[in-house]
Ligand binder design. Structure first.
Ligand SMILES: [Zn+2]
Length: 293
């Protein structure tokens, strides 16, 4: 049976790490009494965040969307960002699917912020930074790559060049594939560029034999960010995010897309519903959808 045009057969959320970010920064202009009901802050005002990647299994290839926060962190940084990478982590999650990092054929990076690309590399026994997925093509929007190599002073803290500069500096690095705009990079996998959060981020639309899923990345990082004004303080163009979010939810509603939340502390998949005009996430029972692993 030919498999080259087959769609992804199985989608498995991979909880790479948990971490914490400032609740005020995560909710922009929204007052704390509103967001703290759903996302209670700790003593340092940090809210719980997941780094949730998505594994797509084809009959003949394995694809990973985003790589999480990774392991290249000092104790001080771990404490600032409350990084907990033990639960259950990338390696164990792949092992549960009988896979190793070398079995990943493609890594789609939504953008190069540290909590999305940090896990694409690690420090080896010699102290060198090497690719975690040595045989994978790594896909990123050309515009995000250019921005990440030269970010503004305001967002330079979100881009750690050690996370991605090895693609240029290390001759053994796996291939970096720069994408220009909307593209179907594999059967059933289409990337959609967005520029409100940062320049050249990409959401990923995944079509299986039965459903369409949308990996929202930082357009809508958690289920608490569905409403238009709930925009992160980190965003470079917040008004653009508002428009992109409304357009995304319009298409999701019309076409019954299943939403995937990368940073929600509890929920990976949800369906979109509305109370009057207010969007809300209805949890999806993974057992009801055969493609969810
Ligand atoms: Zn980001």
């Amino acid at each position: 049976m030919p498999t080259e045009n087959a769609l992804p057969q199985r989608l498995t959320p991979v909880l790479e790490a948990r971490f914490g970010l400032d609740g005020g920064a995560m909710f922009g202009i929204i007052p704390q009494p509103l967001w703290s009901r759903t996302n209670p802050p700790d003593d340092n005002n940090r809210i719980d965040m997941a780094c949730r990647c998505l594994l797509l299994e084809y009959p003949d290839r394995n694809v990973l969307i985003d790589t999480g926060i990774g392991t290249k962190w000092s104790d001080k940084e771990r404490s600032i960002y409350k990084i907990d990478d033990q639960d259950p982590g990338m390696t164990d999650s792949l092992e549960a699917r009988q896979l190793e990092p070398a079995d990943i054929d493609d890594v789609i990076l939504t953008h190069l912020h540290f909590d999305h690309v940090g896990g694409a590399s690690r420090v080896d026994e010699q102290g060198d930074i090497v690719a975690t997925f040595p045989d994978a093509r790594h896909w990123v929007q050309d515009r995000n790559w250019s921005w990440a190599m030269n970010p503004s002073e305001r967002d330079a803290g979100s881009y750690r060049k050690e996370d991605y500069s090895f693609f240029e500096s290390n001759p053994d690095a796996p291939p970096l594939k720069l994408i220009d705009g909307i593209s179907e990079i594999l059967p059933g996998v289409e990337v959609l560029p967005l520029h409100g959060h940062t320049f050249g981020m990409q959401a990923v639309k995944i079509t299986t034999d039965e459903h369409t899923f949308i990996y929202l990345a930082d357009l809508i990082p958690t289920t608490s960010h569905l409403r238009a004004p709930y925009v992160m303080g980190y965003d470079l163009q917040p008004l653009e995010t508002v428009e992109e979010k409304k357009e995304m939810l319009y298409h999701a509603d019309r076409n019954d897309w299943i939403l995937f939340f990368e940073h929600d502390p509890k929920q990976a998949f949800a369906r979109l519903d509305f109370d009057d005009d207010t969007p809300r996430a209805v949890p999806v029972n993974p057992d009801e959808i055969s493609a969810i692993g």
